[in-house]
Design a protein around this ligand. Sequence first.
Ligand code: GRG
Length: 304
Amino acid sequence: MDAKRETFEIRLKNSATEIEALLDALLSPTVLSDEIARPDLLRNAMHYAVLNGGKRLRPFLVVEAATLLGGNRQAALRVGAALECIHCYSLVHDDLPAMDDDDLRRGKPTVHIKFDEATAILAGDSLLTYAFDIIAAPETDLPDRSKTELVLALARAAGLGGMAGGQILDLAAEKHAPDETGIIRLQAMKTGALIRFACEAGAIIAGASSEERQRLRRFGEKIGLAFQLADDILDLTSDTKTMGKATGKDAARGKGTLVALHGMEWAEKQLRQHVEDAEELLHPYGEHAAMLKATARFIADRKS
Ligand code: GRG
């Protein structure tokens, strides 16, 4: 492994450890002010949904983007934890029988298998709500204006016009295969929106100029495209053991992906192009952006 990749992997691992410690503390039995009680069953299901492995890529992007632009690291960790709560909620709900009906996630039984369906639905709901609590809470050391911007951007990324909207387009795509524009749009919503938010959030936390915020947002869009393309390639080339979840499901359902449309050779070339474009966007920051550039390469080269 080259030295740069090794440095990146150590940094990702360390940041994942910090995020997991924070998530564990946030999901402790201690009742917060204005909460009435924390029912054990629901809290345990949320804890299981969140602290069950996972690369913690989205929080890493928040922290690294904020670091690049001089933002407060502790605040970035809390926003990263909030984003991970939303990501995990989406996985819990995506795995439900009414959606993808999966038994395995991150190599372990999915939440509705380990607990039950009602608990999984409520754990997802509570993780979604908790994300906004974590950002707005006084412990997140940011000006109110930044918190409002973060809440608004995250709500737009996760909801009707973002991830949840993308999920319904994805479900509809099983019945009527979308054309190329439709595939790109649904993927930008379902997967891309949270990744773009992660990068833009770093700029918001740092109180960066609108030009810098826009640059980080475009970087997020590019790596979001790379992430989805890599996911589609892995769905065809990897196995359940490596991925920790079922593979080959998209192809089996005849679900339209860009890989299915254009072939593997095109997809791999396109993937490299997205990474190059992403790196180019960070050119003005030189070596300071080495970690974010390494993240773009990791997303394209990942094996799970
Ligand atoms: C239920 C509202 C709602 C949305 C679901 C995220 C999602 C939308 C569906 C998951 C299906 C899927 C496999 C999407 C592809 C991209 C993706 C989110 C992969 C998993 O993300 P990783 O690789 O996972 O970052 P870890 O486990 O490392 O966190």
